[in-house]
Ligand binder design. Structure first.
Ligand SMILES: *Cc1c(COP(=O)(O)O)cnc(C)c1O
Length: 380
């Protein structure tokens, strides 16, 4: 595959999003390499692989050696089953009675979050004409108060394991609420609570234990257990905010210049007239806007590059356009049809997130369908 950064694809697109599948594979191997022998590295590919494309990303991760995948929705699981016929596919949101048979037929593993889901999956197991029981993971809440069995439900289940009739548990998991803050007391509290619940449910032989997401993996080996569930770090997000990012960058975004304007008389730029351009400035209008996921909160805040030169987004981000002060760039580099580097190795998704007042997860998942998408690397 071409490693050139020359934009290809739909000529008429306002932006070109390049996704480096080799970087995703390398990030998975880097994370897997941090684990003790016997600990499995899964991959979270929910929300269309964090907006980067489920099929190419899942194939690249599978080729890198990943065999356990996590999605949020059963629909995502069904789609992924069509892409990876043999992988283990776990569905965080669990099961709904109406879709249980489809999930069983596709050999999906729901993560059962409450007693109702346990009942629904057990019922499906009873109705299945299969000889083998249906697999499932169990989610226990240890302090997030979002998904997972409550303390009371754990007690009920421990006292009545018959509720799991027809179900073969393949794991027990929980989720950390403050893993990106290594000093936060919640981390240790949740780990202790997880150990206590596992002891309480020891009679169920629940299988592999799993606690860590990307950031959780960096809290230390005692957070790894048997199976880890990184998502964001695979896609280049810094797992420890404020520390050097060990992950390789995966995405690059270029925006196409539609028009440039040399300012003769000082004037305002964009909606709300929030930016004043002085005499002599050169403003480039670029065909990327908030409809493409270039968040409006980046108004007057984002930086970008043309060649080696740092440039700034000035004025409001509008639906289809941004305005960039390119005064410091050689004029031949900023003609209509030329590109501005909005996201890249020198201005990462974490940088953009900081400027937008959000997290890199939101930058990634917001990228819209109008961009020409260009995959590089194995499997592109
Ligand atoms: C999304 C998610 C993950 C992955 O989290 P990252 O921070 O992206 O690594 C892991 N576990 C659960 C339960 C999740 O919802």
């Amino acid at each position: 595959m071409s490693r050139s950064d020359a934009p290809t694809g739909r000529i008429g697109a306002g932006g070109v999003l390049t996704i480096d599948l080799d970087a995703i594979a390398a990030n998975w191997k880097l994370l897997a390499g941090r684990l003790a022998v016997g600990t499995t590295c899964g991959a979270v590919v929910k929300a269309d692989a964090y907006g980067l494309g489920l099929a190419p990303v899942a194939r690249a991760l599978h080729a890198a050696g990943c065999r356990t995948f996590f999605v949020a929705l059963s629909d995502e699981g069904l789609t992924l089953r069509g892409i990876l016929p043999d992988a283990e596919i776990c569905v965080f949101n669990g099961v709904e009675a109406a879709y249980a048979r489809d999930m069983a037929a596709a050999r999906l593993t729901p993560v059962l979050n409450h007693l109702g889901q346990i009942a629904d999956w057990s019922t499906a197991a009873g109705a299945e004409p299969l000889a083998a029981p249906l697999s499932a993971m169990l989610h226990v809440d240890t302090g997030m108060t979002r998904l997972g069995l409550s303390e009371a439900e754990v007690k009920t289940l421990a006292g009545d394991p018959g509720r799991l009739k027809g179900i073969r548990l393949t794991g027990i998991m929980s989720h950390l609420s403050c893993a990106d803050q290594p000093g936060h007391a919640m981390n240790g509290d949740q780990r202790s609570r997880f150990d206590a619940v596992r002891a309480q449910l020891a009679g169920l032989a629940a299988g592999r234990a799993s606690l860590a997401n990307s950031s959780g993996m960096f809290l230390g080996a005692d957070y790894h257990y048997d199976l880890v569930r990184p998502g964001a770090a695979l896609y280049g997000v810094a797992p420890q905010p404020g520390s050097p990012n060990p992950m390789g960058q995966v995405v690059a975004l270029k925006g196409k210049i539609v028009q440039t304007r040399r300012i003769d008389t000082p004037c305002s730029v964009g909606y709300g007239a929030t930016h004043r351009a002085e005499h002599g400035r050169l403003i480039a209008t670029v065909a990327v806007g908030y409809a493409d996921g270039f968040l409006r909160s980046l108004s007057g805040a984002a930086s970008a590059h043309v060649g080696q030169t740092i440039v700034r987004v000035v004025g409001r981000v509008s639906m289809d356009l941004i305005t960039v002060d390119v005064t410091d760039v050689p004029e031949q580099d900023v003609r209509p049809g030329a590109f501005v580097d909005l996201i890249g190795p020198r201005h990462t998704i974490d940088d953009a997130a900081r400027e937008a007042g959000t997290i890199a997860y939101e930058i990634l998942t917001a990228f819209g369908p109008r961009f020409a998408r260009h995959y590089t690397g194995t499997g592109a």
